[in-house]
Unconditional design. Structure first.
Lengths: 364, 364, 364
């Protein structure tokens, strides 16, 4: 987490939750709250005459619909695609050419892509602000911001809460981003609940260890449930399991139902980025614990707050700083830097570790 | 037909034409007429800043395009999908979860779905008004309202007309709904023209028999054509034929052409919900009889009138009234109540008949 | 090129660049320049409350996105489809019926279709203005207008320039239309650079020969590059090669790179309608020569200028003039007139040549 920004929002793109300082997160949450209270006539002025491109190189209904709704409620309009088979990409156009073309038609570009690092590449390529709506298994920062907004709205604070993350902590992206974002906050106790072979990646646990928060790893939700203020559930993402990993064994790890919730605090809130499969029983929807549909609805004000900031941005040309190395390949196989015609960019840290500029992964 | 509503529109959802009283139908037709005369600046205020979700779980160009046009001409905007393969449903999300998610992004939800009863289930599930844009073979109430509007605009009345329904009266949904709707009106003579094995379902004929209208069943259009004010044609819907039914035999039942129309009244109007295949020869398009493209265009004011009413609605939580039975399954195989996680709801009438709450079909 | 129009724009449809006089082209270019300078509040009045249908019977991202952006920036809204598999056409509806339906929902209809002549047929069929966004291999007039606008913006003139067209001059549509359009202008030298078996069709060379311009045919770009003001490159369109034609041999005809450009004028501008494959090396993007992404962006003001004119149009019924012959078939196999239910229309010129009214091709 960078802490070197003023309180005002100064990002030119929204690519990674790690680009946000605590102050910037809090600014967006505060703006999201304000935007909900605007009159229709004020709201529809914010993006009047502006066009937001929604480039979905892989399908994602929820994210697409909520961005489209958010933009249009602000008086803007949307263009885009949600199925690459209906695009000119079949004529062999490169990813960066597609972006340079769209740049001429839109004021902000929202991008969803199956490859890690695609959003950073997009942000470096064009002079219009880019919002990452999910790049492979890497980042989905607006999801994390709406998760934080949902917690803030419910508890009027984030510091000091006891938050359980429960599911496939190894593969499921929303857990990673939320854990990183929470490391900006204070006195949080994180309960990491997963089967032992699906625990949180080491790199993230290292960041948590350096933060002002405690974390506890357990395999049985029942043991920690009575402690929790927030239980953040997630899907077991079959598509992210390697062939030799035991998806069948993992898929029924847990179902949160009314019986289980009897031991929870009265005020426990259950969250889930959706879609759910069997992690939360339908009967929970009617209880006071269920916060996941409100969480989904919070996509609107949070994405609107980001759009409102980015529409004002005049982007600076990306500066290729001296320590970006092109002679080394990123070792993450699903990084976009392996695509033809894209030059690798590796970034060396003070302690001589190498990270990919695009996907942010450690070069091994 | 319910007659227990005041003249004002008091529906919270538009699910079935059977929910409408005559007064409510007339109110919508009258509003549709008024809305056509509004200035652009007044029209674009009606849905300003509002979002209508168009959820098309099966494709339907005509309905989709006309709803999208209707909404946007009123200053609103649309979100949605028209191809379920590009939605998260591939990740296994349930129908009701999809709806609860969309509810957070839209002010009105228009739904098209291949299963009977899906629109009623949607209306029960969410707190935003639902418009049924076609649920399986069951209902498509806005089609029926625009049919009625088209007749009203042409003849300045509906009562007393002689109306022929000609085609596959057994399977083709628009015939069923129009016949039911006309049962609200008076002194109509309905001519039911079909091959004998494709006649109108018994349940509908029973309702007609109780109405203030006469009906006549014939197999030869020529015999009744000279009587008619309106000839309502329809496609022979191959997709609704069971394997053992004789589609090949039925498909060329009739082609209305100029020669045939020589015996018609000069003022006969030919209608068709479109698309047509061979039921109406192209040469008829140039005649004064052709009303089907005007009928298609009438989708705009009629759907706008409905949207204008529904945007004002504050929905009440659906009350599970006492006589809904969950222990009995609906016997309609294409009813949505057979989907996993949906509880059957069966409604018992005074005379001890059982009807499915969702698809409205008699439980056998 | 017709020269019989007043300076003001008097077209009711935009079907073929050959329908434009020089004065009409200049009017559109001038309006495009003005529209860029309008304030947001003035721009969004131009199409307020209006609906433009984008009917894409074959996919084309670039054209679709730019039209959608152009319309919405003017305050209008869009409806349409970009994948015929999700339309009712699967129910067997004819092309003209689809158009007569859409006519009821939209104020302007933009059409992209794989068959030659489809746009002319559409324009003849409906009473709303039609814009051709590409009909088969035939015409794409708005592309040509934005090409001309791009040249005009760069050089403040079109007359007198030295312009190279380089690539597959036989098959690639943008070359044909641009060459035809330039024949309206004066003192241009056209350099036609292609492999000898992929040279410009004879019919177009005949028109050029009659114009006020010179043209030179060469097979080696290097020989003429130093002369050029504009180098207009194009893709080698694999999909337009017949099986017995040598695509493999042609596909690497040329790659314009920095080394090659060393011999060019400092002020040479390289254009390309995009998408490019290997015709222009990525390294050229950073040079002052690269104009192709600006060219893509110019789609917006040019299409807006056309929309602004067409929204004012009251179309006259197409008059079937006496010399249209229905007894002869068009000999172009990819002409839409071969579709079932469409009557051929052949037009006889003064010198007794026969041209298809729809696709404009010579009947052989």
């Amino acid at each position: 987490m960078k802490n070197n920004f003023s309180k005002k929002f100064s990002l030119e793109d929204v690519v990674s939750i790690s680009d946000f300082s605590r102050a910037q997160i809090e600014h967006i949450l505060s703006q999201a709250q304000k935007i909900q209270k605007l009159s229709v006539s004020k709201k529809t002025q914010i993006l009047k005459g502006k066009v937001v491109a929604l480039l979905f190189f892989e399908p994602s209904t929820r994210t697409k619909l909520s961005f489209a709704s958010a933009v249009q409620q602000l008086g803007g309009s949307v263009i885009g695609f949600d199925d690459i088979s209906t695009t000119s990409l079949v004529k062999g156009e490169s990813f960066t050419d597609t972006l340079k073309m769209v740049e001429g038609y839109a004021d902000i570009v929202v991008i969803r892509h199956p490859l890690d690092g695609s959003a950073r590449l997009a942000a470096d390529t064009i002079s219009k602000p880019v919002i990452n709506a999910g790049d492979g298994r890497n980042q989905h920062p607006t999801q994390t911001l709406l998760d934080l907004f949902t917690i803030q709205e419910s508890f009027k604070k984030i510091d000091g809460l006891k938050i359980g993350l429960c599911g496939d902590l190894k593969h499921y992206r929303p857990f990673h981003s939320l854990a990183l974002a929470l490391s900006c906050f204070k006195n949080i106790t994180l309960y990491l609940v997963s089967p032992s072979h699906l625990d949180l990646p080491k790199t993230i646990r290292e960041i948590l260890a350096k933060s002002n928060n405690a974390f506890v790893e357990v395999t049985d939700l029942k043991k920690v449930l009575p402690e929790l203020d927030v239980l953040y559930m997630g899907r077991i993402p079959k598509e992210y399991f390697a062939e030799d990993e035991s998806f069948e064994q993992a898929k029924n790890f847990i179902t949160v139902d009314k019986v289980l919730l009897e031991s929870a605090k009265k005020n426990l809130k259950v969250m889930h980025p959706l879609p759910r499969v069997t992690e939360i029983a339908q009967e929970v929807d009617e209880t006071e614990h269920a916060l996941y549909f409100q969480q989904a609805a919070n996509a609107i004000p949070v994405r609107q707050a980001l759009l409102q900031e980015l529409i004002k941005v005049k982007k600076h040309k990306p500066v290729n700083s001296l320590n970006l190395i092109s002679e080394i390949q990123c070792t993450n196989k699903t990084c976009i830097s392996h695509q033809e015609s894209i030059e690798p960019k590796i970034h060396e840290t003070v302690n001589q570790k190498l990270y990919c500029h695009y996907c942010g992964k450690l070069v091994e």
